[in-house]
Design a protein around this ligand. Sequence first.
Ligand SMILES: [Zn+2]
Length: 420
Amino acid sequence: MNINLKRMLNDFSTIVSFTRTPNNGCTRFSYSYEDRQTREYLISQMKDLDLSIKVDAVGNIRAKYGMEIKKTSIMIGSHIDTVENGGKYDGLSGVLVALEIIRVLKEEQVAISHPIELIIFAEEEGSNFGVTMLGSKVLTGKYGTADLKRIKNGEGVSAYDIAKSFGLSVDHVEKDVLENEEVDAMIELHIEQGAVLETQNKSVGIVQAIAGMKTFKINLEGDSNHAGTTPMDLRQDPMAGAATIISHIRQVAKTQALPTTVATVGKIICQPNMPNVIPQRVEFFVDVRDVDSEGIDLIANALTEKVNAVTTEDNLQGKIELIGESNPVKLSSRITHAIEETASEYGYNYMRMNSGAVHDAAMMTDLTDVGMIFIPSMEGKSHSPDEYTRQEDIKSGGDLLLQVIEKLAVKTKETNQTSR
Ligand SMILES: [Zn+2]
């Protein structure tokens, strides 16, 4: 069986037209007018397929095909929200592939052994509240009502109030939490958002693990002074100290950490930030990620050591704060196996890989067996109007996922899987 690419591209062009920023990428925040238009379109498509549709307290859409089968479902899907001026393919690819798979199963009247559930997560990008994966966190019980009341947007309005005024039954949060006996497996297809597949000339990636991360805030305090009158040996310059630390971290990540470790300094704040003044204070952020927590710890230790060494040598005050962390996640070997077996049976040009970005699928791993399929992002671009995934790659990823579903949930091939 194969997906109907033409039909899917029609879904794509319809939904891509629902944007707050025409001609400048897709801007489709959860709970916005564009989100509502998208939901209405998708729900009408689901109704055409007679799916049983449930919208939960925060707006995750769960639509089941094969409702009458009293078994755990196989969940497929992703998210429909975007960042500001985001791309066409992030999230939406996984949702539309999943919808298309259900259409094909119905059209071909395939006898399935498990219901297939299309999941559309709300508020994955964190565009409203700066909190990513809100929908999947609520669905899996990691966040409750109190969190929704606590989390606020830039105008101070809570996620609770926004979801409520969007028309959602937000008081049902706890009731809507997914139970592990509801789902047999969850597979998310997503664009890679990096350039590995393109560089390796592969059309699909089978994700083995999702990287964890730690984010540190480093604060260096020196002594602000005149750039012309202060001799070099009398300076307490936090900018020079920051530069030493930053280049050291880059070197450690490149040469001493694991091959999978990445470390980034993407934000730096300098005070007073004047061309002719030695700064008083420099604050910067180190983002460290790895699928192996050993790599993260290695950078964390190197960072502590270097900050101590530099502050002593340059006569600065230093402070390191851990401001965020998530653990690396290994995906289910049962599912990654099934994907790989299918990919090699059908002759896909695939590779195993890891995900450097976190996805909704990662939130599901404590509840069910999770797998992910990546499709290439040209030039690795994502979260940008330039995001691009070739049609033939969407087709490959979509076909592969459909064939995996055949393997996991088609009656004639019933292999008597037990849940977890
Ligand atoms: Zn995404």
